[in-house]
Design a protein around this ligand. Structure first.
Ligand SMILES: *Cc1c(COP(=O)(O)O)cnc(C)c1O
Length: 357
């Protein structure tokens, strides 16, 4: 720490990203990336002709992408803003919106950035523990006195709330902004987009990183009423107007227009999830009911740490969180079927080894 660091950040604990290994040959199931390449239409964007235009700034409004998202969801273009990953969009939200109490409510555990952004932007984080079954208790989000942020489906559990529960939260928090982070919604949950017509306290955040196979391109977006989106644009244009590069804007617009590829790849992921969940359950695992592109699982005999370490030693990377109440679990991204077959056979070996001891 230098002597120049803003004192307010002395105790700031940054977000810990999942490992991005520098070597090949690992089966990477730790950061919920899509195992399938981006849509061929998105890939065609990265051509000589487009690269040769990189001396020019991108469109600060990212109109091509904003229009494509608005078309996809049947919204007006003033209801959409794009960002450098949904992480940046979430940061804009924390900068732009603040309740009189300064409080932010979110589930614990959930996506780690909610706490980090509360700290960076000097808001008071109020984590609300999950129920014993690791579900969000919607009752605890009624009539609060601050901003609410919920991942739906939640991470790292993969469990989704139903829309009736979300609607109750919106109704009972008329004077609070409710942000729904739909990073994983395409893998089996229902989007809140239809609620945008009824509730002006709703903001929805989505990403191209998971269901659209573009994590490396860094594209996310928010949808809300025009005033909320104008507020976010006020922040964006005061911070980084050219937040999205030319190629990513075009790739993401092409990806969201390729519905056929999207449907095909997400269906495969859902099928693989169903299959691997049943296989692991047959081996005595507890598998939480996932609506995401990952599963959160607990072995009947191996600790979370031992299962994580055993897989790592055999070149399979998954995610383990040390803290309670989830330290017995590991989070496994749904990869290609062949990778999940390898995971399954390695898991069987680990269980056999364990029983011999
Ligand atoms: C992955 C993820 C994001 C961030 O995605 P970006 O890559 O920044 O678009 C946001 N929220 C949740 C819950 C996520 O899992």
């Amino acid at each position: 720490m230098s002597r120049f660091l803003n004192r307010q950040y002395e105790k700031l604990e940054p977000y810990t990203p999942g490992e991005q290994p520098k070597t090949d040959g690992l089966i990477k199931l730790n950061t919920n990336e899509n195992p399938y390449e981006p849509s061929p239409r998105a890939r065609r964007v990265f051509c000589e002709e487009q690269v040769s235009k990189l001396m020019l700034y991108p469109d600060p409004e990212a109109a091509e992408l904003v229009n494509a998202v608005a078309d996809y969801y049947g919204l007006e273009k003033e209801q959409v803003i794009a960002g450098n990953g949904s992480d940046e969009i979430l940061a804009f939200c924390f900068m732009a919106f603040k309740s009189p109490s300064d409080k932010v409510y979110f589930p614990e555990p959930s996506y780690g950035f909610y706490k980090v952004y509360s700290d960076v932007f000097l808001l008071k984080s109020n984590p609300i523990p999950l129920k014993e079954d690791l579900r969000i208790d919607p009752e605890k989000y009624k009539n609060l006195d601050g901003t609410i942020i919920l991942a739906n489906p939640n991470a790292p559990t993969g469990i989704a709330l139903n829309l009736e529960d979300i609607e109750d939260i919106l109704k009972t928090n008329e004077s609070n902004l409710v942000i729904i982070d739909e990073a994983y919604v395409d893998f089996g949950a229902k989007s809140c987009v239809p609620f945008l017509r009824k509730y002006d306290n709703l903001l929805i955040v989505q990403t191209f990183s998971k269901s659209r196979s573009l994590a490396g391109a860094r594209v996310g977006f928010a949808m809300g009423n025009k005033e909320l989106i104008a507020d976010l644009n006020r922040i964006k244009f005061s911070f980084n107007p050219y937040n999205l590069n030319r190629l990513s804007v075009q790739a993401a617009a092409a990806a969201i227009r390729d519905d056929e590829y999207f449907q095909k790849t997400r269906k495969k992921i859902i099928e693989t999830r169903t299959w691997i969940s049943a296989e692991l359950e047959a081996l005595g695992f507890t598998v939480l009911p996932s609506s995401a592109n990952f599963i959160f699982v607990k072995s009947g005999s191996l600790s979370g740490k031992d299962y994580f370490t055993g897989l790592r030693e055999r070149n399979i990377l998954v995610r383990h969180f040390e803290k309670e109440p989830v330290s017995d679990f590991v989070r496994i991204t749904i990869g290609k079927e062949e990778d999940m077959r390898t995971l399954l056979s390695v898991t069987k070996d680990l269980l056999t080894e364990r029983n011999r001891r």
